[in-house]
Ligand binder design. Sequence first.
Ligand SMILES: [Zn+2]
Length: 262
Amino acid sequence: MFIDFHTHFYPENLAERAISLCKSLGVNPISNGTRDGLLAELDRAGIDYAVGLPLANKPENVTGINQWALEQHGGRIFMLGTVFPEMEKPGEHVHWLYENGFRGIKLHPEYQQFSYDDVALEPLWRTMIEHDMFLVTHAGGDIGFPPPYHSDPESLAAFHRRWPELTLILAHFGSWGMWDDVEKHLIGLPVYLDTSFLDGFVPDDKVVQMMRSHGIDRILFGSDSPWRDQKKDVDFINRLPLSPEEKNKIFWDNARRLLSID
Ligand SMILES: [Zn+2]
């Protein structure tokens, strides 16, 4: 079984805009950015389930996006929710998400312009811990934003140390483009790393070495579809010299545990 822990799709009326925005940044989307587009890609790649990661670009959109996410949840799609960290009382939205069966939220410190060391956000992290909600965060460089980045390995490691009870899932293998610092600050910490946007940026033998040093139990298969080709990313994990048991953990078992799938 396969779960892709990092996918995006958009309401029909917004998908076209999201797709053309990313094309303008030089990314070639694999689908039209809709739910149906994602489902077709899942079939093509032989993936059973996808985790959909929504994102709120401003506080006033949070309620609507989470409502839409709730409607999208089901079948082969597990949706996460989102908040805008610097909105009024983000914890109330975390509570609503919890009450509606969400297991986690997605945040993007560049897109949402916040810092993990901002003391004003402490109530948000506390509320997430109280509700046992995990956090998926963008990590490292992002082609849509110029450096410096808020989500560098050292900042993320410090955040984890301040909030060790918060289950943290770092996209892009801990911090896109900052691989040496990932090794220095994050490898071996009890945080999850997804594999999105990794193929072609770190040599295969290095990837395997980092995965094993970190602990295969905390690696999640993620593609970042539609910005990356899920089929190619499945092939990427499959070509790594890992055992079938290790691959099964990455493709399925680690995610299954986080999502409580029987
Ligand atoms: Zn993404």
